[in-house]
Design a protein around this ligand. Structure first.
Ligand SMILES: Cc1ncc(COP(=O)(O)O)c(C=O)c1O
Length: 83
């Protein structure tokens, strides 16, 4: 599964207990990098993406509208399951 870097620790622990292999996606001040997301979907063929777009833990970051739209376009085009 694809996760933010850094990622909410308890979620990471749950995913690992279930046998999932977390792949970190680079983030900047606006959140997940849409180009990196696209590239890592291609590279890893993940089952899903886990992301916290509003008041992210541990950064407290909330994604701006533009970044959300860019990520949504990648997610839709790739048919990526997203939590
Ligand atoms: C992103 C995220 N998900 C889940 C939880 C856990 O929430 P709850 O205590 O309601 O189970 C937290 C708590 O900090 C969180 O930051």
């Amino acid at each position: 599964i694809l996760v933010e870097d850094p990622c909410y620790l308890a979620a990471l622990q749950c995913f690992q207990l279930a046998g999932a292999v977390p792949v970190p996606i680079p983030c900047d001040d606006d959140g997940l990098d849409p180009e990196a997301l696209d590239r890592l979907v291609e590279e890893h063929q993940p089952k899903l993406l886990y992301t916290v777009p509003t008041f992210h833990n541990p950064t407290g970051r909330t994604l701006p509208e533009e970044r959300r739209a860019a990520l949504a376009r990648v997610i839709e085009r790739r048919g990526l399951w997203t939590i």
